[in-house]
Design a protein around this ligand. Structure first.
Ligand SMILES: *[C@@H]1O[C@H](CO)[C@@H](O)[C@H](O)[C@H]1NC(C)=O
Ligand SMILES: *[C@@H]1O[C@H](CO)[C@@H](O)[C@H](O)[C@H]1NC(C)=O
Ligand SMILES: *[C@@H]1O[C@H](CO)[C@@H](O)[C@H](O)[C@H]1NC(C)=O
Ligand SMILES: *[C@@H]1O[C@H](CO)[C@@H](O)[C@H](O)[C@H]1NC(C)=O
Length: 497
């Protein structure tokens, strides 16, 4: 063959190779998995269909069963502490948010010394979006989502509000709904979830598929007030108790929104390379419809009903063992290093409380976590620790101390139980220390403190070692400068340093 002939053949071969390469080239893919972190608000242990068939959560259950159901997944007893842990990997008692949730009219916030999850994910090129509740402070702009690592924010700054009027009326009525920093008016008073749902769909549709996505869906459902569009309440004709009927409707809203999110991910081709994490932020509140049966207590308490919550992970391709229930300990603080791990980031901070659970979730290996703190509150002088089978509770465990079956008739919600407004706890109801074997007694019916004094002693010592790290709780007085009348009726940043 002549030299030109050889060159011709080579040229044809090169063109053919290029054509083949183009033909088989995979569609552009993000270098790290998309992470969809979904947090339901006040969803109790017994408020999902895989624990309670009376509840209808077909979308959630389908993904939970196809993924890994987390049966020992723990969070703090209330919202801001859990959310602070999700975003920092630290226990609440090291952030100053352990005592009360952040309140609109008090100078409270997650301190700036913490670098939050989305800030770190951005280093690996993640697009970061928050849709829904923030609740980690807004008295200064610097504490609001887009100053803390989120590219976009659609939602509300506070802990709760009306689903239709987007307004919170404690001390003074104020509007709280924003698109990034702009107030988002809603003259039609649309149900909040519909607004968040459209925001979620927009983020997913507009996302550049070659970039990894971190989407935090921080849903308002199923927090009080008891409000749901009638079509969701009508899905529960067999439920007699009126509060519980509406509450079941609110759970159905959450389930439909979850179904819409997975459908949007699928439609946009993001689901194949995504990890979905679903958890509640604390236990259900029995006075406003939530239910934790058969666990004891509820939101605002150190009992299992306040802290052990429904959770699961799902991924089409990233998990090698699926379709089972995982009983390993996972705590709210672990999600931070776990998500970083998925994004190929090793935290440089050695003082984190969280540990990566990625191997436990991915292949089912035993968790590195053998103990955890439920909470430590130096103001209420209570706290709880788990080590293996045993749980030690110090002081008064908190708001709901009973076991609440799902209300079946017209009975009124148990509002007569001591509330956090009555701190310090008088009269004292419980011994200084209680010990439970949670493996044998997950319902906390048998205090074993007198049977195992040496275990009590050991756990007390461990708890004390964690107490040494307590940062004083934020619980300032009402700040008149915060009130909405100073800002045209809207809860607005700009009244603290
Ligand atoms: C907003 O809705 C909540 C819950 O229904 C209600 O308690 C509150 O009074 C309403 N606020 C206004 C300004 O209508
Ligand atoms: C789910 O998506 C459908 C179709 O877009 C929409 O009509 C419905 O309102 C969405 N549900 C919720 C709870 O937002
Ligand atoms: C706690 O309960 C588990 C499960 O029943 C049991 O195996 C274990 O021995 C108990 N621990 C103690 C110290 O009694
Ligand atoms: C989940 O934990 C409970 C104890 O709290 C236990 O009875 C149940 O068997 C566990 N479920 C599975 C499927 O392991």
């Amino acid at each position: 063959m002549s030299r030109t002939a050889v060159l011709k053949v080579l040229g044809v071969a090169a063109v053919a190779l290029l054509a083949l390469k183009l033909l088989f080239m995979p569609s552009p893919k993000a270098p790290y998995p998309h992470i969809i972190f979904i947090v339901a608000d006040d969803l109790g242990w017994n408020d999902v269909s895989w624990h309670n068939p009376q509840v209808k959560t077909p979308n959630l259950e389908k993904y939970a069963r196809a993924g890994v159901i987390l049966n020992s997944s723990y969070v703090a007893p209330v919202c801001s502490p859990s959310r602070a842990s999700f975003m920092t990997g630290y226990y609440a008692h090291r952030t100053g948010l352990q005592h009360i949730p952040i309140i609109h009219f008090k100078e409270m916030y997650l301190p700036s010394r913490f670098t939050l999850l989305p800030e770190l994910l951005k280093q690996k090129g993640y697009a970061t979006h928050l849709v829904g509740k923030w609740h980690l402070g807004f008295c200064n702009w610097r504490y609001t989502p887009r100053y803390r690592g989120f590219d976009s924010f659609l939602g509300y700054y506070g802990g709760q509000e009306g689903y239709y009027n987007h307004s919170n009326g404690k001390v003074e009525e104020g509007y709280d709904l924003r698109d990034n920093e702009e107030v988002l008016p809603d003259p039609d008073m649309e149900y909040g979830m519909y607004i968040l749902n459209r925001g979620m769909e927009k983020v997913i549709a507009e996302h550049d598929k070659t970039q990894p996505l971190f989407l935090f869906l921080s849903y308002q459902s199923v927090h009080s007030p008891l409000e749901a569009p009638q079509r969701f309440v009508d899905l529960h004709p067999e439920v007699k108790n009126p509060n519980r009927k509406t509450f079941n409707g609110m759970i159905s809203v959450l389930d439909e929104a979850f179904g819409n999110a997975t459908a949007a991910l699928q439609r946009e081709g993001l689901l194949d390379n995504a990890l979905i994490i679903f958890t509640s932020d604390n236990g259900g509140s029995p006075d406003v419809g939530g239910n934790n049966w058969p666990l004891r207590g509820g939101k605002f308490s150190l009992w299992e009903g306040g802290t052990r919550v429904p959770a699961f992970v799902y991924s089409k391709n990233l998990l090698s063992k699926t379709g089972y229930t995982n009983n390993e300990f996972i705590h709210a603080v672990d999600w931070f290093p776990t998500m970083l791990n998925v994004a190929g980031i090793k935290p440089t901070d050695d003082h984190l409380d969280g540990i990566s659970q990625w191997e436990t979730l991915k292949v089912g290996r035993p968790s590195f976590r053998k103990e955890f703190i439920y909470n430590i509150d130096e103001v209420d002088q209570n706290g709880a620790i788990r080590v293996g089978d045993f749980k030690l509770i110090k002081g008064e465990p908190g708001r709901f101390f009973d076991w609440f079956p799902v209300p079946s008739g017209d009975e009124v919600a148990p509002t007569q139980y001591p509330t956090w407004k009555r701190r310090p706890w008088t009269p004292k109801m419980f011994p200084d220390y209680q010990l439970f074997n949670i493996s044998a007694d997950p319902e906390e019916r048998h205090n074993l403190a007198d049977d195992f004094p040496e275990v009590v002693q050991q756990l007390k010592q461990k708890l004390t070692s964690y107490e040494r790290l307590v940062v004083p709780s934020q619980h300032p007085p009402v700040e008149p400068k915060s009130l909405p009348h100073n800002f045209g009726g809207v809860w607005t940043p700009g009244w603290c340093d």
